[in-house]
Design a protein around this ligand. Sequence first.
Ligand code: ZN
Length: 162
Amino acid sequence: MSEKYEVFVSKDYFKFNAAHFMAYPGFRERLHGHNYRVSVRIEGALGDDGYVVDFGDIKSAAREICEGINERTIVPMQSDCLKIECRDGQVDLQSEDGSRFSFPEADCALLPIRHSSAEELAAYVCGRLMETLGILKERGVTSVEVSVAEAPLQEARCRREL
Ligand code: ZN
């Protein structure tokens, strides 16, 4: 007999409200915002302590990651079409079409992503979650999946196998 375990967490506070615009060569959206919601699914072995991963650890890690983005403008630092300059506490963005944005750095989430799509945000949150939780493989975790919804019933998921 084999048993599989997974834990799923999606608390009310797994959310961030943020501004963004999609930009890729030849295209830019207007600046707008979403009330993003996050959920986490982790599969793995049952540990000696009776957990796959302690819910408390998942909750505190996801809360911290969401707080880091909440009420900020998402800046995709690896963009292939935005010129981004950070200096004197200010972030300046210039788009291919010549439009410019300028935000206080403290009002931005400077993320190591190429586009601020729900997919790339899910990958970012997934990576940060794995870093924060640490030693997942040693616990017998086999996968971590994060979903980021931009709106109800409109979400992207990123799943990393260990
Ligand atoms: Zn959007």
